[in-house]
Design a protein around this ligand. Structure first.
Ligand code: NAP
Length: 314
């Protein structure tokens, strides 16, 4: 019987593990395929406090993991296939077996939104990518496109200029929503070119991507942009399929919590991008993970009939 099972190993999950570990709860983290979540797929994180010179996503994820393990968290690379929150203790089924848990913290995060156009699926891994950190290196002196106008598109586009000779940024409007600092750097970067008011309608190629069919949404004009690869950064969708019918979600599939990260099921908490839609940042994911872990501790204490000191958070 586990005290706390944390599903997911991004900044929210690993911070929950640090806090639950420090509370001597011996938490179990079910990490998924890889450690670190979306943050670990980010080339450079410039706004996480304590790292004035920035830190790479993979390096930060490793530090989180080290700190969690230092406090006794157990991390398993396993995948949850189903959960049953209708009973207590909760039941969690993974490829590795069945686990019973007194509390669960859901930190499954988000996954990249797809373009949903012909050619996208066919050329995935052959020119279509959702991770510049993972695949940028393969585009040395090549021409690539990035789709999107948010922080991820602009920052990862800038990262790609380290390798590619040209980076087109294709955006459906004529204004970016990315932070001004990244926008400025993108505008000043000679390798970057903006394709405004445009959407990708098809990914084309032979054995790998050779171009993108693009439609100008203002004029309706269609054109073919020759590129060797395309990186899709058009936002994210929550990874909550597992929890449908188990906890309350909003219309977009994000898990609804209160300010203390309680879901609709007592003893089940959610933290990070999977519930937070106000500000999707490493620092907010970590903060919500910490709150979830402290609330799990409170829940366990109440379960055992132990007095629990009131904490001042809302
Ligand atoms: P985002 O901020 O939601 O931006 C998504 C972009 O994709 C928007 O420009 C949007 O266009 C466009 N888009 C959405 N659906 C589209 C479609 N079907 N076709 C074409 N374009 C489409 O997503 P994100 O950049 O992945 O960032 C997600 C969150 O992580 C944000 O909160 C962001 O601030 C955060 N983040 C922060 C940093 C950082 O602080 N350094 C880095 C990465 C991510 P419109 O503009 O027209 O809506």
């Amino acid at each position: 019987m586990e005290n706390v099972v944390i599903i997911g190993s991004g900044p929210a999950g690993l911070t929950a593990a640090i806090y639950a570990g420090r509370s001597m709860l011996n938490p179990l983290v079910i990490a998924g395929h890889a450690m670190g979540g979306q943050a670990a797929l980010t080339a450079e994180i410039e706004n996480y406090p304590g790292f004035p010179d920035g830190i790479s996503g993979p390096d930060l994820a490793q530090l989180f993991q080290r700190q969690a393990e230092k406090f006794g968290a157990r991390i398993e690379y396993d995948i949850v296939t189903s959960v049953d929150f209708s009973r207590h203790p909760f039941k969690i089924t993974t490829y590795g077996g069945e686990i019973e848990a007194k509390t669960v913290i859901i930190c499954t995060g988000v996954s990249p939104r797809k373009l949903d156009v012909p050619g996208e699926k066919e050329f995935a891994g052959r020119g279509v990518s959702y991770c510049a950190t993972c695949d940028g290196f393969f585009y040395r002196d090549k021409v690539v496109a990035v789709v999107g106008g948010g922080d991820a598109a602009v920052e990862e586009g800038l990262y790609l200029t380290r390798f590619a000779k040209k980076v087109y940024l294709i955006h459906r409007r004529n204004r970016l929503r990315a932070n001004p600092s990244a926008q400025k750097r993108a505008e000043q970067n000679e390798k970057m070119a903006f394709v405004w008011n445009s959407v990708v309608t098809e990914v084309v190629g032979d054995d790998k991507v050779t171009g993108l069919r693009i439609r100008n949404v203002e004029t309706g004009e269609e054109s073919l942009l020759p590129v060797d690869g395309v990186f899709v950064y058009i936002g994210q969708v929550p990874k909550t399929d597992l929890f449908v019918g188990q906890v309350e979600m909003d219309e977009a599939g994000f898990i609804i919590t209160d300010r203390r990260m309680h879901t609709s099921v007592p003893g089940v908490f959610a933290a990070g991008d999977v519930q937070g839609r106000v500000l999707a940042q490493v620092v907010t994911a970590a903060g919500s993970g910490a709150i979830a872990a402290m609330e799990a501790e409170r829940f366990l204490a109440e379960l055992e009939g132990e007095p629990y000191p009131e904490r001042k958070h809302g």
